[in-house]
Design a binder for this molecule. Structure first.
Ligand code: ADP
Ligand code: MG
Length: 277
């Protein structure tokens, strides 16, 4: 057989490394109150770029509140008060000089209950986030963005022949992937997911987990989950939140997911991940 004249150095030099748009998030001593009631106490967490971070812990310990603080969504609750800092690639997202829409564009959110606009077409649902965040896109580029976003969300093949149907025509699992596509169309640098699979059947859950694995290189993921197997399947690092009776939520332990699950340093972490409360 013939040997091709390949120059090893050239082969090694290509292809050029792809530039990831994933960003780091740092929560620095974040405390939160609803009115007089303190619900988070000096929570600090470094969220590395291009990785999946899972937030776990019992109901009511402040996971959703913390997640919302990471993209200023808690500001929709008038009684919410905040102390501490959140930095996106080192820049304070609460800096008064920065616009709210900059944070929202860079940091997308997916909720537990799929919430596509039911009467809007599948295609328009994908583009809806652009309108909400004031992101402009030239008309000729729209179709490509719709295909790209739906493909990244693992939904393209199922909907490519019916893009004009309403969002409500889809199953629950498809609706959730449509919501993921809607977030991805804005090309966020971080995607926050609050129990995104809690309302889904096991098959849809698997597809969403695969999607998370595929997009994580380009989009930093923070996912709240009550499913310990899911946390182990999808996450690189894990933070365990807890609010002891009557006290605000804190992070008891955080670290690489295999350490948190297999060799937890705190007895309460061990009890929680092993289903003892
Ligand atoms: P988790 O997501 O871990 O279940 P949450 O962040 O939803 O916890 O809630 C943390 C605490 O804050 C709970 O005690 C909850 O009752 C309270 N809380 C959440 N949202 C609000 C709100 N909009 N107004 C007042 N209290 C709230
Ligand atoms: Mg919650």
């Amino acid at each position: 057989t013939g040997v091709l004249p390949v120059f090893v150095d050239e082969v090694a030099a290509t292809p050029a490394p792809r530039v990831s748009t994933a960003a780091t998030l740092e929560a620095d001593r974040v405390s939160a109150w609803f009115g007089q009631r303190k619900v988070l106490d000096r929570v600090s967490l470094d969220i590395p770029a291009g990785r999946v971070t899972a937030l776990i812990g019992p109901s009511g310990c402040g996971k959703s509140t913390f997640l919302r603080i990471l993209n200023r969504m808690h500001e929709l609750v008038p009684s919410a008060q905040l102390a501490g800092e959140v930095r996106l690639d080192g820049q304070d997202i609460y800096d008064p000089e920065r616009r709210l829409t900059d944070a929202r564009k860079a940091i997308g959110m997916v909720f537990q209950k799929p919430n596509p606009f039911p009467a809007m077409s599948i295609a328009d649902n994908v583009l809806a986030g652009l309108k909400i965040t004031g992101t402009k896109i030239a008309r000729p580029d729209r179709e490509a963005l719709i295909e790209e976003s739906l493909t990244r969300a693992g939904l393209w093949n199922e909907v490519k022949d019916r893009l004009k149907q309403p969002g409500s025509a889809l199953s629950g699992g498809q609706q959730q992937r449509l919501c993921i596509a809607r977030s991805l169309a804005v090309r966020p640098r971080v995607l926050l997911m609050d129990e995104p699979c809690s309302a889904l059947d096991p098959t849809s859950t698997r597809v969403v987990e695969e999607t998370i694995g595929e997009i994580a290189a380009d989009v930093t993921i923070v996912i709240v989950t009550h499913n310990m197997q899911q946390a182990q399947r999808v996450s690189d690092q894990c933070a365990f939140f807890l609010a002891a009776q009557g006290t605000p939520g804190v992070i008891v332990e955080h670290g690489p997911t295999d350490v948190v699950f297999e060799n937890p340093q705190d007895q309460r972490t061990s009890d929680y991940v092993n289903g003892r409360f």
